[in-house]
Design a protein around this ligand. Sequence first.
Ligand code: COA
Length: 317
Amino acid sequence: MTGIKIISTGSCLPRRVVTNDDMAALVETSDQWITQRTGIRRRRFAAPEEDTVSLALGAARAALESGGVPPEKIGAVLVATFTPSTLVPNTACLLQQQLGLPQDVTALDLNSACSGFLYGLRVARGLLCQEPDRYVLVVGSEVLSRVVDFTDRGTCVLFGDGAGAAVVAAAPEAPFVWTAGARGDAQALRCAGITGSGGPLSPVVQMDGREVFRFAVDTVPRAIRRVTEEAGISGSQVDWYLCHQANARIIAHVAKTLAQPEEKFFMNLSEYGNTSAASIPIALDEMNRGGLLRRGQKLVLAGFGGGLTWGAALMEW
Ligand code: COA
């Protein structure tokens, strides 16, 4: 079984910045409440002409360009999203067309909510075992502003839009230790899809925030411990932890439970809020462009989200 390496990254954020004060004009909330309870200060919302496809395209182009990767080297394109613009064609097929990827590409959307990018890395690894000479483009792209209820202050302040992408290659010598799970729960976090009524779709995110918080602080440290133990390394040998960017308090809990310094947990959620499947690849791209990552460093990625789903991966940069 081969390991994998991320050879380049990219991201694309809508230009429109929405501050906590802007949110306070919509619902009964305040900058102070949002900042204290979540760490979020701003988020980006897509303009009418932007959507999951255009953001995914921007992130994917940036990843291909920064890695100098020619489109014909891509053997598969995976898009993690639960806010696709169209169900058919899927977002990945639209990327195939608009990026000029070869037609013998595997083009797949996958939905594991906020764990989607991590699940995508695992699928990428499986595909790379079969076809190690080409790369897999893994994208997370979301326009959550189109599925939040702007009358529900318990959810609408949390989410933002954006996309991140990574070009992934087979790397036989590199470690890739992965764990994941799913626990079907339609109450804690939910967004409707096609319903039996046949009426028009109007999916809206509904969430029991406290329940999701409890789930996250229980599951994420256990998943991280599992991958470090399986890799035979201690927590302190990990150079960076990159958790799904949902809430700074959740990340602080995880750091405390693992007895690791919070400085090793990269965070950019103050700027973008929770961008679901896009949060980890956007953060990876910021870390990469900011010069925080050096080849050979050990990196743990960890996510959780609707489903409920979770996952963690240990890999080498
Ligand atoms: N502004 C002001 N008050 C708000 C508010 C907002 N935006 N949202 C909720 N409140 C109120 C509640 O109505 C409640 O009021 P009450 O005590 O009068 O009933 C009070 O704040 C406390 O609510 P509670 O839900 O206990 O707050 P909390 O400390 O758990 O924080 C979340 C709420 C949503 C920030 C927190 O539970 C959380 O982050 N959960 C995880 C959510 C998540 O990450 N989801 C995505 C998973 S991928």
